[in-house]
Design a protein around this ligand. Structure first.
Ligand code: PLP
Length: 449
């Protein structure tokens, strides 16, 4: 057993030694297509990018770190400029940190500090959604609704309120869009009424739910209504784009699909693209002005905020995103991926649903397509499919909890944004073979209808 803590202790993990484009190679020379861009949609530029390594080396040789409390430096200023350049209108400020969880925590703090600055000290509650994920630090975990990851820590979590998710395949209101009247969005207003708007600081949501549900975009009209409700009650809308942002869904920010502007955006993962731990909060001008008014500064600092190596990586990533039109490629290849997944669903009975936006796709497994009954959680079906994929040279990201957070298996797929048609086709072929192999497993077959 290695001393380093690993995620899947019961299984043999390959030892990765090299990466090139959309592929990783293990110590035995075996090649893997990185179908989830690392762990959960991080490595947007692919692996082994010499230009990124050079940018890090150049910056490290000149100045790796500056004292954030009393100075600034070019790399961070440039990163902020580039992020603002692709952000929705009205976003003029950036605060760079080292992880998605930190980005979410700081969005929550910005919201609270803005309400304080505006003379509304009662506004402290955050409304989130069940079956969402905003990070593993305690504040982010509290407003997230990932049952599995929260369970052991519930007594440690700050008060947060959760409304049902916008999840059409298993609609919590047992309705169908659009005749549902978007009850899932209206639930936000009911929650605000019950809590008293004067106590509510913010609503946080992933435009496309990642780890908790497996690439579920909110239906059309959802965020337009959310925006309206938040504005009406003076509540900040935080879009968590840590996974779905920066070109992943075919637009620079996923919320652009709904055409509304949040008050705060958390971004991460793809910003450092796996080359450096990097994340950021984007702050709307009005909020920033409130917090920074009268000479005050935002209260919230971390040892590595605005890190210069991460800033260089992030800057290069954003340059590539724009110059190489990676969002457009994500839209094009994502459409190919989704249509291939739909074909697989037609042939493989264990696939209950496929969904997604751009290069962020999900596959949900069921033991009975008609009733949508999940496999028993103890079977760990998603991990079985992951292992079968790994064996055949494909990396995917498994997840659980589509059924009320306690059952249901899915896979999250999101290859690097540089993938081409051949890569998508290879991914689909391996995935189908792996699913078929798991379906043939006698333990699985005995439970399938
Ligand atoms: C939507 C979302 N928000 C926040 C986070 C937390 O990011 P990190 O793991 O970098 O702290 C994640 C990570 O999976 C995420 O998917």
């Amino acid at each position: 057993m290695p001393h380093a803590l690993l995620r899947h202790l019961t299984q043999h993990n390959p030892r990765m030694v090299r990466g090139e484009g959309i592929y990783l190679f293990d110590a035995a020379g075996k090649r893997y297509l990185d179908g989830s861009s690392g762990s959960s949609l991080v490595c947007n530029l692919g692996h082994g990018e010499a230009a990124v390594a050079e940018a890090i080396a150049r910056q490290a040789a000149v100045l790796a770190y500056n004292p954030f409390h009393c100075s600034h430096a070019e790399a961070y200023l440039e990163l902020a400029e580039k992020l603002v350049g692709i952000a929705p209108p009205g976003f003029g400020r950036v605060f760079a940190v080292s992880s998605g969880s930190e980005a979410v925590e700081n969005c929550l703090k910005f919201s609270r500090q803005a309400h304080l600055a505006c003379g509304e000290p009662g506004r402290h509650l955050v409304i989130g959604r069940w079956q969402s994920y905003h990070g593993n630090t305690l504040g982010a975990l509290a407003c997230g609704g990932h049952t599995g990851r929260r369970k052991k820590h519930v007594p440690q979590l700050a008060a947060a309120v959760h409304i049902p998710p916008a999840f059409c395949y298993r609609c919590p209101f047992e309705k169908t869009h659009p005749s549902c009247g978007l009850l899932c969005a209206r639930a936000l207003e009911s929650a605000i009424h019950r809590l008293g708007p004067e106590n509510v600081a913010a609503f946080i949501a992933e435009p496309v739910v990642g780890a908790a549900l497996g690439a579920v975009p909110a239906p059309p009209g959802y965020f337009e209504l959310v925006r309206e409700i938040c504005t009406r009650h003076g509540i900040h809308f935080i879009a968590d784009e840590v996974m779905c942002g920066l070109g992943r869904t075919g637009r620079h920010f996923a919320i652009d699909h709904w055409g509304v502007a949040p008050d705060l955006i958390a971004t991460g993962k793809g910003l450092g693209a796996g080359y450096f731990p990097m994340a950021a909060c984007l702050i709307a001008d009005g909020l920033a002005a409130a917090v920074e008014g009268r000479g005050a500064a935002f209260e919230g600092v971390h040892t590595c905020c605005g890190h210069l190596l991460g800033s260089r990586v992030g800057g290069l990533m954003l340059e590539r995103l724009v110059e190489r039109r990676l969002a457009e490629n994500a839209a094009r290849q994502g459409a190919r991926l989704l249509s291939g997944l739909r074909e697989i669903a037609g042939r493989r009975p264990a696939v209950g649903d496929v969904r997604g936006l751009g290069l962020m796709a999900g596959v949900e497994f069921v033991r009975d397509r008609e009733t949508r009954a999940p496999y028993p959680p103890g079977l760990r079906l998603a991990e079985r499919v992951m292992d079968a994929c790994l064996e055949r040279g494909l990396i995917v990201y498994p997840g659980h909890g589509t059924v009320e957070g306690v059952a249901g298996d899915h896979l999250l797929l999101g290859p690097p944004l540089i993938i081409g048609e051949e890569g998508v086709d290879e991914l689909l072929a391996i995935l189908e073979e792996a699913i078929a192999a798991v379906e043939r497993d006698p333990e699985v077959a005995a439970l399938s209808r």
